[in-house]
Design a protein around this ligand. Structure first.
Ligand code: ADP
Length: 418
């Protein structure tokens, strides 16, 4: 294993894993702190749920993941967080970074959340979403991690016992040697972190090159773009054509949708006209077992190569109606439980290729299916790869789609590629 990664949430882990596959690294995503033997892969991404947990818990889990990665022989460690630097007052980016720096004995790490493909850039240490400062991008109203300060030097300073410096864009644009010199100087001055400006993908490639010998790199998936080339230059990573090739998983095809995001609603509209589609009515039947039983009865006899779609997804007025009836948390839990039971029933009935729409929904399904690891394959649409899922159940192909990702024909088009 060349690169060992610790990600603070599930879909962020997949995003990073996909970036590494595009760069030519065979990559496996593991769910939760791993225990067993390491998979055969160039990079492993451990997906934790540590973004908003108490800092001490996030640190303990991240250190446990680090120990496993070190035992597996990884040469470099990557701490992955969101490209909008999502963190609470207590962290957890700084506390986890501090703990990893201590455990690795490296004293220093760069921090760069920039992700130009998604319009996240860092300039003079300030994070922008498109043309807006982070603090005016809508992220200031995030329910769990409101980001009210765009100055990442200041934000990270509040989360660490160390001090934070800056590598400005004027340096970054001069290339990797210049970046390396400033990083070294900041480390010698006793800084623990350096926020590194980045606006374009070539900035990220240069930053990656400058960090070739760093024990720890922290950032969004963007800054990982430059890392595969380092391993290739060092003769550690062979060029191969099968990086994204997954084993076949013969079986039926199905889509489960629990996301109510706009893109998912469009995808559902497109699928409705083309393949068998069942829309659940949790308002009429607020009972997970009963809803799931009806869905599985409906699916019986329709399963095959053509995907069928089972969706709880609904427009805002229907969501609000269920929430008014049950309360927000109960409404979400009811739908997640229903789709998790349906997923298990479909697998039992021979489904082996499944698209799941929705971040929380994916978490519920993956956990019900007992999935422990995902080998990352080719992307269907940006940010959503097919994966080969293994765990306590039969191996299968899973595509876990974050709500707003994917083109209009995603629910049918995905299966042309699996
Ligand atoms: P996204 O990735 O779009 O945010 P998630 O799966 O993370 O999707 O979140 C969607 C949430 O909405 C889930 O908790 C899901 O259970 C809930 N949900 C889905 N359908 C409905 C519905 N018809 N009424 C109320 N809540 C729903």
């Amino acid at each position: 294993m060349l690169l060992g990664c610790i990600a603070d949430d599930f879909t962020g882990a997949t995003d990073l894993a996909s970036t590494l596959v595009r760069g030519g690294m065979r990559t496996v995503q593991l769910i939760g702190v791993p225990t067993g033997p390491a998979p055969d892969a160039d990079a492993v991404v451990v997906a934790l749920k540590s973004r908003t947990t108490p800092a001490a818990e996030a640190v303990a889990e991240s250190l446990a993941a680090l120990r496993w990665l070190q035992e597996a022989g990884c040469r470099q460690v990557f701490q992955k967080y969101c490209s909008t630097f999502d963190s609470t007052e207590a962290g957890n980016i700084g506390p986890v970074g501090d703990a990893l720096i201590d455990a690795l004995g490296c004293g220093f790490a760069l921090a760069c959340p920039a992700f130009p493909a998604n319009n996240r850039s860092v300039f003079q240490g300030h994070l922008f979403v498109g043309t807006a400062l982070l603090s005016e991008s809508g992220m200031e109203n995030h329910p769990l991690t409101p980001m009210r300060d765009s100055n990442l030097v200041r934000v990270l300073s509040h989360q660490t016992e160390g001090t934070v410096g800056l590598v400005p864009w004027a340096t970054v644009t001069q290339g990797s040697d210049a970046i390396r010199r400033v990083l070294n100087a900041l480390k010698e001055q006793g800084r623990r972190y350096a926020i590194v400006d980045a606006i374009t993908e070539s900035d990220l490639m240069a930053i990656g090159e400058a960090a070739a010998h760093h024990a720890l790199i922290t950032g969004g998936s963007g800054v990982a773009m430059g890392l595969p080339a380092n391993f290739r230059r060092a003769g550690l990573l062979a060029e191969r054509s099968d990086v994204a090739t997954l084993p076949p998983a013969p079986g039926h095809a199905a889509v489960l949708a629990g996301s109510c995001s706009r893109a998912t609603l469009f995808q559902l509209g497109a699928a409705r006209d083309r393949v068998p589609t069942l829309e659940l009515d949790p308002i009429a039947t607020p009972d997970a077992t009963e809803l799931a039983r009806r869905a599985l009865d409906w699916a019986d006899g329709k399963l095959g190569d053509v995907p069928l779609v089972i969706a709880a997804s609904a427009p805002p007025d229907r969501v609000a109606a269920l929430q008014a009836k049950l309360g927000r948390d109960q409404a979400g839990a009811l739908v997640e439980e229903t789709l998790a039971i349906v997923a298990a029933g479909l697998v039992k009935a021979g489904v082996r290729r499944m698209v799941v729409a929705g971040g929380e929904t994916s978490g519920a399904v993956v956990s019900r299916l007992g999935v422990r690891q995902l080998r990352i394959g080719a992307e269907i649409d940006p940010g959503v790869p097919w994966t080969y899922a293994e765990g306590s159940g039969p191996p299968m192909l899973l595509a876990l789609k974050s709500g707003n990702f994917g083109g209009r024909d995603f629910f049918t088009g995905a299966f042309d590629l699996a």
